[in-house]
Design a protein around this ligand. Structure first.
Ligand code: AOF
Ligand code: ZN
Length: 352
C-alpha cells in the first residue's frame, strides 16, 4: 500500500460518508478513479435503491478511453449480484478497468467474495484491505448486521454523579442536560430502532421520537411480556411504527405490531432474530437498568454511550447498569455532563 493509495482511499471514504442517513440498509460506499496521479472521476452511493458508487464514478469520467489505464479505489468490494442495479464488478470489467483497490470485502451473502473473484478471473489486479479499519468503522452497522446476524447494538444511559439512573420506586429524575438530550436525538435519527424495557415505558412514558434534531424517527420497540402496559402511553399513540414484544399475541394494526415470542426461548435472542428478519441494521437501547444489565451480561452489545452528571447526587434509587467488558474510547464534556464512550472489548477481539 503506497501513501497515494491511502490518500485516494481516504477520499473514497469521505465520499462514502456523504450518503450518511440515506443508504440504509445498504452500506455507505465511495469510489475514486485515478489516472496517472489525477482523479478523473468520483462517485458515491447516494441513496438506498439508487446507483452504486462505482456506477456514479464511472459515469463521471469524461474520457472513458482512460479507464483501462486507471486505478479504481472503492471502499467496498464491487457487487456481483443483480439487485436494484446490475453488478458493479461487471461494469468495471466491461469498462476496461483492470486495477482495483478495495477497502473492505462485502459480507452480504449475495456478494461475499464473488465480486473480487469476477475481477481476478479477467486478470485484474486487486488489492484488498487499504484503510480497512476506517471502512469497518464507517459501516459498522452494516458489517455487524451481516457478520453476526443481528443489529448493531448501541447502549445508552444517563447516571447521576453517585451512580443512579432513577429515584426510589423508579421515580423519573432529569439527569442529563439540554445539550446531552439533543445529542441523544441526533443518535435516534442515526439508528434504525430504539428499544426500551417495560418499566422504562411505564415510569418514563417516553415518546422515543426525534424532536430535538432533524431527521427520521426510529422504529420503536418495547418489551411487554404480559401486555400489562396501559394503552395511553405515548409509545402506543400510533404516530409511528412500534413493535411490542410479548408472550400473548401476534397482531398488527395501525402502526402497532405485536410480536409473540416463545416463553421457553431466550427473550433477547428472539428479539434480535426478529430485528434481523426486519432488516433493522442498528438499535439503540435506552433503558432501563434491568434490560441494559442483561445485554451487558450476555455481551449482546457493540458500543455504549454513558452520560454522567458531574454535580447531581440523589443518594438512593435505582442503580445504574454495571459496565462489563467495555473498553473506554473517549470521555467528552457535554455541558455539565461527562460522556463516556465504550466499545465492547469482546467484539473488538472477535473482529481483529
Ligand atoms: C457496490 N457498490 O455502492 C454499494 C454496494 O439492492 P442493491 O442492488 O442496491 O444491492 C445492495 C447490496 O449491494 C448491499 O447490501 C451491499 O452488499 C452492496 N452495496 N455494492 O458494489 C455500492 N452500495
Ligand atoms: Zn454494486
Amino acid at each position: 500500500m503506497t501513501p497515494a493509495d491511502k490518500l485516494y482511499m481516504q477520499r473514497a471514504l469521505e465520499l462514502a460518508k456523504l450518503g450518511s442517513g440515506y443508504t440504509s440498509p445498504n452500506p455507505m460506499v465511495g469510489c475514486v478513479v485515478v489516472h496517472e496521479g489525477r482523479i478523473i472521476g468520483e462517485g458515491w452511493h447516494k441513496a438506498y435503491g439508487g446507483p452504486h458508487a462505482e456506477v456514479n464514478a464511472i459515469a463521471a469520467v469524461a474520457d472513458k478511453s482512460l479507464l483501462p489505464r486507471s486505478r479504481v479505489y472503492v471502499t467496498l468490494e464491487p457487487c456481483s449480484h443483480f439487485g436494484k442495479t446490475p453488478p458493479c464488478a461487471d461494469l468495471l470489467i466491461s469498462s476496461g478497468v483492470r486495477d482495483v483497490v478495495i477497502c473492505n470485502t462485502d459480507p452480504n451473502p449475495l456478494v461475499a467474495g464473488r465480486g473480487i473473484k469476477k475481477l481476478l478471473e479477467v486478470g485484474a489486479q486487486v488489492e484488498v484491505g487499504v484503510l480497512e479499519e476506517e471502512g469497518l468503522d464507517l459501516n459498522k452497522r452494516f458489517f455487524t448486521f451481516h457478520t453476526t446476524k443481528r443489529p448493531f447494538i448501541l447502549l445508552k444511559w444517563a447516571e447521576t454523579a453517585d451512580g443512579f439512573v432513577a429515584g426510589p420506586n423508579c421515580a423519573q429524575v432529569q439527569i442529563s442536560g439540554k445539550l446531552s438530550q439533543r445529542l441523544v436525538h441526533k443518535w435516534r435519527a442515526e439508528e434504525q430502532a430504539i428499544l426500551v424495557g417495560t418499566r422504562t415505558a411505564l415510569h418514563d412514558n417516553p415518546r422515543l421520537n426525534t424532536r430535538h434534531w432533524s431527521g427520521k424517527s426510529p422504529l420503536r420497540l418495547v418489551i411487554d411480556r404480559q401486555l400489562q402496559l396501559p394503552g395511553h402511553l405515548h409509545l402506543f399513540d400510533k404516530s409511528h411504527p412500534t413493535v411490542v414484544y410479548n408472550y400473548k399475541k401476534q397482531e398488527e394494526h395501525e402502526n402497532l405490531y405485536f410480536v409473540q415470542l416463545q416463553e421457553e426461548e431466550p427473550l433477547l435472542s428472539q428479539i434480535m432474530q426478529d430485528l434481523y428478519q426486519r432488516k433493522v441494521l442498528s438499535v439503540m437501547v435506552e433503558g432501563g437498568t434491568y434490560l441494559l444489565d442483561s445485554l451487558l451480561q450476555e455481551g449482546l452489545w457493540d458500543e455504549a454511550m454513558v452520560f454522567r452528571s458531574m454535580s447531581q447526587r440523589i443518594g438512593e434509587g435505582i442503580k445504574a447498569p454495571a459496565m462489563l467488558n467495555g473498553q473506554l474510547q473517549e470521555v467528552q464534556s457535554i455541558g455539565s455532563d461527562q460522556l463516556f464512550h465504550y466499545k465492547n472489548r469482546r467484539q473488538l477481539t472477535v473482529s481483529s
